[in-house]
Design a protein around this ligand. Structure first.
Ligand code: HEM
Ligand code: HEM
Length: 350
């Protein structure tokens, strides 16, 4: 903790060069995106396991505070992706290191060039929601703090539970004689796993770029959070849902329709989401491990946080994959007929 405070104060005092600020921004953007991803994967799995909860989560995503967070999230993803690209490429090309400063400036320019049109399109969705859709539903502007608190509480409780579990295991490991001695005062040597993960961070980052940009283009720009519950439309990238009754276009249906879309017998969005899930969870959690190792030096705190990260990674991979792989009715007819019976259509969860 003291090292985190020291880093923040020294960073502000030092007023370092562009390279240092790139590093700080990269770290903050990566950590911020990871926090969102943790909530997002758990929320999305509710479309399968608890459709009513998913509908509530999407309602919370449409509140004004979450909308502000959504703009920040897109900025984080775009900056981290472009800067990560710079880091990955230059790490493999030492002969280009003298162009570091130019590359860092290009990243800032590229981020601005991508964010300006993206923000304009996202803002158009926001204006349409508040000026057209809400009045047409007889609703007005409302912060809906209650909904936000409801959405955040399960994650706050989950975080505390994971930290307690990790603390108990770390504490127990510290008093088991053989284990305690083996882990004490080990020199910080780079293991083969560290070396492998160094390459993995770079290669996975490059693979994540098209996946996450594609996901954001579909679910932020072409259709946004507000469209997930928009009446009577076909979800982006789907061929299903055209004949769903307008009132049945509920949030879980949107996910079901995308996950049920098959091209040549392949559920394309499930394959896509599984790749995205596996890459970002391993990349993001390993990145968070660097951050923990930099700031949490005290042994017990360090072990507890690293174990907590491991637990979170396992939960995300298991819950996220189970949600994506869950049974689906094969045809849109079954989706539509279920919808017409007025049930919440959790199609993926049957
Ligand atoms: C979009 C494509 C992405 C690229 C090109 C990318 C690239 C990188 C690179 C090159 C690193 C440095 C690794 C190292 O120091 O060894 C890194 C670190 C990191 N990444 Fe990503 N990344 C991407 C997406 C993500 C996503 C989606 C998340 C969140 C889930 C994330 C979270 C992190 C974190 C937390 C770190 C550690 C930051 C630090 O040590 O300062 N990244 N990323
Ligand atoms: C607020 C912006 C976002 C919206 C509205 C959104 C929406 C969705 C939706 C509707 C799904 C369900 C499956 C599908 O339709 O393909 C989904 C799944 C997923 N999204 Fe996003 N997404 C957003 C941002 C992101 C970002 C920034 C990332 C990664 C950095 C991400 C990663 C994922 C992953 C990994 C899944 C699969 C989840 C699972 O395994 O259960 N999403 N997203």
């Amino acid at each position: 903790m003291t090292s985190l405070v020291l880093t923040v104060t020294e960073t502000l005092r030092y007023r370092g060069k562009l390279g240092m600020w790139s590093w700080v921004l990269h770290r903050v953007a990566g950590a911020g995106t990871l926090v969102f991803v943790i909530m997002h994967v758990i929320d999305t799995s509710w479309a399968t396991f608890y459709p009513e909860l998913y509908a509530k989560a999407i309602e919370a995503y449409a509140t004004p505070l979450f909308t502000v967070g959504e703009f920040a999230l897109v900025a984080c993803v775009v900056y981290h992706a472009l800067n990560g690209f710079r880091v990955a490429i230059l790490d493999y090309r030492p002969q280009w290191w003298r162009h570091q400063a130019t590359a860092a400036r290009l990243v800032l320019l590229g981020t601005a060039l991508l964010l300006i049109p993206a923000f304009i399109i996202m803002f158009a969705h926001v204006l349409n929601y508040y000026n057209v859709r809400l009045p047409s539903e007889g609703r007005g502007f409302d912060f809906q703090f209650g909904l936000i608190v409801e959405a955040v509480i399960p994650f706050a409780v989950g975080t505390v539970a994971v930290l307690i579990a990790a603390g108990i295991v770390a504490g127990a490991a510290a008093v088991v004689p053989g284990l305690a001695r083996r882990t004490e005062n080990r020199p910080m040597k780079r293991s083969p796993l560290d070396r492998f993960m160094w390459s993995f961070m770079r290669i996975s980052g490059l693979l994540i770029i098209p996946l996450v940009f594609g996901h954001l283009i579909m679910l932020h720009l072409i259709q946004g959070v507000f469209d997930i519950t928009l009446a009577g439309h076909v979800p982006v990238g789907s061929t299903l849902g055209a004949n769903l009754a307008a009132a049945e276009m509920l949030a879980p249906n949107f996910v079901a329709l995308r996950w049920n879309t098959a091209v040549a017998g392949v559920f394309v969005w499930r394959v896509y989401d599984i790749m995205l899930l596996v890459l970002i969870v391993i990349h993001g959690i390993w990145g968070a491990r660097y951050i923990v190792n930099d700031y949490a030096r005290q042994r017990f705190v360090n072990r507890t946080l690293l174990l907590a990260l491991l637990i979170v990674a396992i939960i995300l991979l298991v819950v996220g994959s189970l949600a994506i792989l869950n049974t689906v009715p094969a045809t849109v007819e079954s989706l539509a007929s279920e919808a017409q019976t007025g049930q919440v259509l959790s199609a993926v969860g049957r």
